[in-house]
Ligand binder design. Sequence first.
Ligand code: XUL
Length: 483
Amino acid sequence: MSRYYLGLDSSTQSLTVLLIDAESSHIQAEYSLNYAQELPHYGVSDGFLPVEIAGEVHAPPLMWVEALDRLLLKMQYDGLPMQAIIAVSGAAQQHGTVYLNSKFEKTLKTLHSKTALQKQLQDCFSRQSSPIWMDSSSSKQCAEINQAFGGADEVNRTTGSVVIERFSGPQIKKFADSQPQAYKQTSHIMLVSSFMASLFVGRPVGVDYTDASGTNLFDIAKKQWQPEILHFCGEQLAEKLSAAVNPQSLLGRIAPYFVQRYGFNPDCLVLPWCGDNPSSLIGLGLIDPGMTAISLGTSDTVFGLLKVLPKSMSPWAHTFIAPTLDYMSLLCFKNGSLAREAIRNRYQLSWEGFNQQLAVTPPGNHGAMMLPWFENEIVPKVDQAGVRRFNLDENDIAANCRAVIEAQMMAMRHHAELAGLSPTSIRATGGASQNLTILQIMADIFNCPVEALETTNGTALGSAIRAIVTVEKRPWQDVVNSF
Ligand code: XUL
């Protein structure tokens, strides 16, 4: 008999829902809603509001709520077995913060199933828009936190990351400092993940450990908020955030609103939501150290599981708690496809032509090298963009094509090792992972097997897998392998 689980992904641009059958290990249904296209009245493009002040990137939290209402109504309308869903879990874009006033708790308890969720929640926000992970406007607060807590290395050792603009701690401090009145009227500060989980369970819930580790406020060794940094970032912040939650716990049964409006079973269980990257770790099956994901997108991302915290923390990596309660390391290189495309365009090549150039050059490129920093780089931090060539003639098309790819792969390997990852097998995702010539160079440089995965929904799948593991008390290995 089928055993259904729901996994959601509230990402920057869209909301995705997967209905999974744990019995057959199949994805039964998949829905996705793009905010800009389907909810144009919020005025977002690519999931965020027009940027009015440089560096400030916000999104309207009600849009995420309306997306949820629409998708669940659609699933019900299409006749999906809502009654038979055993548990619901999800993941969300990391770092974004949601600010709620004292009405939130009561409103969640007294929702009327005939009225859309977003209509009932519209007066519950003490800040109408949420800064999201693309916001880089909190440099002042970052500097202040660094100064107060012994510098970047010290904060990195405790919280898993150097203080960084997009992380929730500096963002909350910025709000507390610049809008003290509105901050005072804030009863709950949530991350996108805990906000979405609260809706399902009908009460405000704390941030889970995986997403708490993207705040600069969480002690990743002790798995609890760091009280001094909390206090420094905002008055009564501990109360507003409430205790962090184990991602493998159950929050309780689904709220009556979801039963009446969308047809869920009153016994359906709700799990905490995770950060999207920790959830994809599971969705991509990376539950053993050495298994590493490399996503080749606009930016390139490398991540993998760590059994223990590295002895010295790389200043470039983010160390998060994983849904398995191990750790994971994540590195984000800004010059990904951006740099590959810039070189391809510079020599007016198609991708096929680019690959042909790669094929006529040997591994090692006769010692010719490039540092392809077309834009300021994050890993390592480079503030003066510009391409640097060594032993490399700009007119040598083939050598330049190989140089950009080898440079990227060598940087990824080097920084992955500094972050405590030692890749023994790689799962490649993202647009450029379909280019086998590029993947061969990846395999050569990492000296390990590389396989390309066609995943669009690793994040939502990871959430459903976590729900199955938690509810059915099965080993991770068993559930992950079955998918
Ligand atoms: C990770 C990060 C992004 C967001 C959006 O640190 O900022 O990957 O999680 O997906």
